[in-house]
Design a protein around this ligand. Structure first.
Ligand code: CTP
Length: 402
C-alpha cells in the first residue's frame, strides 16, 4: 500500500469529472489513505454526498455550518478539516475555483479551508483542473494558474482530448489512476531532483525471419518500476524499452525498440545528457547472423535451418567505458552463485553498482529479493514488490551521486 497512514482531504467542485473522483476515492483507500471529502454546492449537482460518504467511509462536509445535514461539531470545520492532514487535493477543480484560490476568496467551506491551511509547516494543496478547452485557454484562467503555481499549489494535468461538452482540447481532468500515481509520487522523497536518468527495460527480440525471432522471459516489470521510482524521486527519466505491453509510467519518456542493436543506438543517442544509466533490460547476447529476409519454409524432408549467431554490443559495458560518462548501474539475474557471479560482473563491466537476484525467482514475478553490490559490499533487500525495491535502488543511486 503506497499511501499507508496518509490523511487526505479531497475537495470536489462542480464539474462532470466528479464521477471520476468516486473511483479515485476508492483507489486512495485501497492504497491505505484515510480520506475526508468536502463538496461545494455545485459538486453536489453531479454526485451526492451519500455516494462520497459510502466511498470514503467518513461523513462528507458540505458547508461551513454542517456536515451532511447535521450541525458541525464545531463552528470551524474550515480549521478542523485543514489541520493534521498530509495533503488536500481539489478534484475536479473548476476555472471558478482556481480563480478563487488565486484571489484568496473564502465564500464557501472548501475555499475557506484552502485559505486556512497552514503554510508552515506546509499543508500541501494540489488541484486537478477540469474545464472546457476555451475556459482553460482563457488568459484569465492562465493568469490564475500561474498565480497559484507561484503560491506553491501543485497543478496536476489537465489532459487533452475529447470533452463532455463535445469540444476537444486541453482541460480534461486526469484519469483516476493518473491522479493516484501523481499523488503517490508527490509523497516520495525527491532524492533525484533534476537528475537525468536513462534506463533500459524489458527483453529484446532478435529476428530469425519476418515472423519469427529469439527473445527471453523478461517482463519489463523491474525496469518499468525503476523508471517510475526515479520519476517519483524527481528525475527526468528516459526509458528505452524492448517489446513490452506494460503501461508507460507517468511522466517518463519511452522509446520503444526491438533488437539489442536498436537499444544500443537509442541509448547512445541519449546517454550524453544522462547523469545516471541503469541497464535493467535482458539484452540478447547474440543475434542471428543469417536472419532471412523472407519467411523460412519447412519443405518436407529438408533439414531444419542452420542458424548462425554473432555477438551483440554490450550496452552497459560500452556506457561504463565512456570517459566522463554517467554513473552506471547494472542488473544480474543469476541461476546459481548469485553474489559471486554478480561481483565478477560488476568488476568486468566497471560499474558502480550491480543489483543481483535469482533468475528463476524474479522473472515475470511481482516481487523480488535483491542484493545491492557496490564497492562498500553487499546489502540484501528482503523480498518485496518490485516498486518498493526500485525505490530502495533509487535511494542507493542517490547516495552514490552524493
Ligand atoms: N547488458 C547490456 N547489454 C548486453 C548484455 C547485458 O547492457 N548486450 C546489461 C544488462 O542490462 C544488465 C547486465 O548487462 O544490466 C547483465 O550483464 P550480463 O553479463 O550481460 O548478464 P547476462 O547476459 O545474464 O550474462 P551471462 O549470460 O554471462 O550471465
Amino acid at each position: 500500500m503506497n499511501l499507508q497512514g496518509k490523511r487526505l482531504v479531497i475537495g470536489m467542485t462542480g464539474g462532470i469529472a466528479a464521477y471520476k473522483v468516486c473511483e479515485l476515492v476508492r483507489r486512495l483507500r485501497d492504497e491505505g489513505a484515510a480520506v475526508r471529502v468536502v463538496m461545494t454546492g455545485s459538486a453536489q449537482e453531479f454526485v451526492t454526498p451519500t455516494t462520497m460518504q459510502a466511498l470514503s467511509g467518513e461523513p462528507v462536509a458540505t458547508d461551513q455550518w454542517g456536515v451532511q445535514g447535521a450541525r458541525a461539531a464545531s463552528a470551524m470545520p474550515h480549521i478542523d478539516l485543514s489541520r493534521d492532514v498530509d495533503a488536500i487535493l481539489i478534484a475536479p477543480c473548476t476555472a471558478n475555483f482556481i480563480a478563487k484560490l488565486a484571489h484568496g476568496l473564502a465564500d464557501d467551506l472548501l475555499s475557506a479551508l484552502a485559505l486556512a491551511r497552514r503554510l508552515t509547516p506546509p499543508c500541501p494543496l494540489l488541484v486537478a483542473p477540469a474545464m472546457n478547452v476555451e475556459m482553460w485557454n482563457n488568459p484569465a484562467t492562465q493568469r490564475n494558474v500561474a498565480t497559484i503555481r507561484g503560491d506553491g499549489i501543485e497543478v496536476l494535468g489537465p489532459a487533452s482530448g475529447s470533452q463532455a461538452c463535445g469540444e476537444s482540447g486541453a482541460g480534461r481532468m486526469l484519469e483516476p489512476h493518473e491522479l493516484l500515481e501523481d499523488l503517490i509520487a508527490f509523497f516520495q522523497p525527491k532524492a533525484l531532483a533534476e537528475r537525468r536518468v536513462l534506463i533500459t527495460a524489458g527483453p529484446t527480440f532478435e529476428p530469425i525471419d519476418p515472423v519469427r525471432g529469439i527473445t527471453n522471459l523478461s517482463s519489463g516489470k523491474m525496469g518499468f518500476a525503476l523508471a517510475r521510482a526515479a520519476r517519483e524521486a524527481g528525475a527526468k527519466v528516459t526509458m528505452v524499452a524492448g517489446p513490452s505491453s506494460l503501461p508507460t509510467p507517468r511522466g517518463v519518456r519511452r522509446i520503444d525498440v526491438l533488437t539489442a542493436r536498436e537499444m544500443y543506438d537509442a541509448v547512445m543517442g541519449y546517454v550524453n545528457r544522462a547523469d545516471v544509466f541503469v541497464g535493467v533490460a535482458a539484452v540478447a547476447d547474440w543475434r542471428v547472423a543469417n536472419a532471412s529476409a523472407q519467411k523460412l519454409k519447412k519443405n518436407a524432408g529438408a533439414a531444419p535451418p542452420a542458424l548462425q549467431f554473432e555477438a551483440n554490443p554490450d550496452i552497459l559495458a560500452a556506457v561504463a567505458a565512456m570517459p566522463g560518462g554517467p554513473l552506471c548501474v547494472g542488473f544480474a539475474a543469476e541461476s546459481e552463485n548469485v553474489i559471486a557471479h554478480a561481483q565478477a560482473k560488476r568488476a568486468a563491466k566497471g560499474v558502480a553498482m550491480i543489483v543481483a537476484n535469482q533468475a528463476q525467482e524474479v522473472l515475470a514475478s511481482e516481487e523480488a529479493e535483491v542484493h545491492l553490490i557496490d564497492a562498500a559490499g553487499v546489502r540484501t533487500l528482503p523480498r518485496a514488490s518490485k516498486l518498493e525495491q526500485a525505490r530502495e535502488i533509487v535511494a542507493a543511486i542517490a547516495r552514490h551521486l552524493g
